[in-house]
Design a protein around this ligand. Structure first.
Ligand code: NAD
Ligand code: IPM
Ligand code: MN
Length: 365
């Protein structure tokens, strides 16, 4: 039995999490996975019900979970709140020690026309952003006065080393290239970042390392996305670059992410926000959240089921089922239902395949 805590959150969060949960339930029932779900208040909805974005019972449930699936938090309703919904997300990342944020993006086979980039630029792009998630300006001391404000951006050697190891290890499983992105021509944290990343690289002689300033990286992402394999970067740069990266595949609605620490549980979510402009209309794209649920399966030790779900969601897109962000007219729930139809077919094909293997073993063994 695996305990999955669901944090639907605000805006389109509950709509996209509903579709992803239904996909996980289908796999759990069809493939004897034994997932157990438990939904908790988080973000703006938790402020409304409990007075704070990360109630103690939500944190405790997350700490006791095998994995967490999050929708999104925030919205104009809470913009003036003493403690915003987004603060709950930072508290959760900090409390669970989720220092590594993995954001994979690629232009899917046959779907290059969904990219806003010219096909000859976008074709074949396949990038993993490894974003440091519990340091930098997000977590440094903050001062906000009437005429003065500051956010301390600080990084220790140990923080840089551990995220660099994640990036190099990931590159080994991919195309063996790491591009470290910083602003070492200006920032002290970036100077240390560049030096430490260079030192960590010595332990991975099979992986090529290059360095880019973040402004140049932002340009190269859209002019030559194929030059990148793994992008390793600090918290704020990673936040910005991953939204840019997301649209290369067609829409921010399709990009998943995994936030992992030294020990479970890890947290899975789409990279987009609560999209207040389309909340409640059943038109949000759930593909990113479904893809995040697929990553969750991989992290639970079931890469076979991760592949089934990724394949189902990609074939749904390839068959022309698309929400408004991709120029289509299918609803969020229609996209989810179509994905589950394809998932059922794949589960049946897998069952037939497994039965055949068992039969052959019976004959030959
Ligand atoms: P956003 O990502 O919510 O929306 C940006 C644009 O993309 C909007 O036009 C929206 O309609 C569209 N969009 C986003 N996701 C989509 C989807 N799945 N399908 C179709 N269209 C989609 O960013 P924002 O408007 O800057 O932020 C809204 C709120 O979300 C803010 O409070 C912000 O802080 C919060 N936020 C939360 C998270 C999170 O919970 N992890 C991430 C980003 C932003
Ligand atoms: C993200 C979001 C968050 C971030 C916000 C909501 C705190 O933009 O997950 O990318 O900046 O990390
Ligand atoms: Mn972001």
């Amino acid at each position: 039995m695996k305990r999955i805590v669901l944090l639907p959150g605000d805006g389109i969060g509950p709509e996209v999490v509903r579709e992803a949960r239904a996909c996980l339930e289908l796999l759990s029932d069809g493939c004897e996975l034994g997932l157990e779900f438990e939904a908790r208040d988080f973000g703006g909805v938790a402020i409304d019900r409990h007075g704070l974005p990360l109630p103690a019972e939500t944190l405790a449930a997350c700490q006791g979970a095998d994995a967490i699936l999050l929708g999104a938090v925030g919205g104009p309703k809470w913009d003036g709140a003493r403690e915003r919904p987004e603060a709950g997300l930072l508290q959760l990342r900090g409390a669970l020690g989720l220092f590594a944020n993995l954001r994979p993006a690629r232009v899917m086979r046959g779907l290059v026309h969904l990219s806003p980039l010219r096909p000859e630029l976008a074709q074949g792009a396949d990038i993993l952003v490894v974003r440091e998630l519990t340091g930098g300006a997000y977590f440094g001391e903050k001062v906000l006065e009437a005429d003065h404000a500051s956010d301390l951006c600080a990084y220790s050697r140990a923080e840089i080393e551990r995220i660099a190891h994640v990036a190099f290890a990931a590159a080994r499983r991919r195309h063996k290239r790491v591009t470290s992105v910083d602003k070492a021509n200006v920032l002290a944290t970036s100077k240390l970042w560049r030096q430490v990343v260079g030192e960590v690289a010595l332990g991975y002689p099979d992986v090529t390392l290059d360095h880019l300033y973040v402004d140049a990286a932002a340009m190269l992402l859209v002019t030559s996305p194929r030059r990148f394999d793994v992008i390793l970067t600090e918290n704020l740069f990673g936040d910005i670059l991953s939204d840019e990266l997301a649209v290369i595949g067609g829409s921010i609605g399709i990009l998943p992410s995994a936030s992992v620490g030294a020990a479970p549980p890890a947290l899975f979510e789409p990279i987009h926000g609560s999209a207040p402009d389309i909340a409640g209309l059943d038109i949000a794209n759930p593909a990113g959240t479904i893809a995040a649920a697929a990553m969750l399966l991989g992290h639970l030790g079931r890469p076979d089921l991760e592949s089934l779900l990724v394949d189902a969601v990609e074939s749904t897109l390839a068959d022309g089922c698309r929400t408004a962000d991709l120029g289509g007219s299918d609803s969020c729930s229609e996209f989810g239902a179509e994905t589950r139809e394809r998932l059922k077919e794949r589960i049946s094909a897998r069952d037939a395949h497994l039965a055949l293997i068992a039969m052959n073993r019976g004959c030959c063994g």
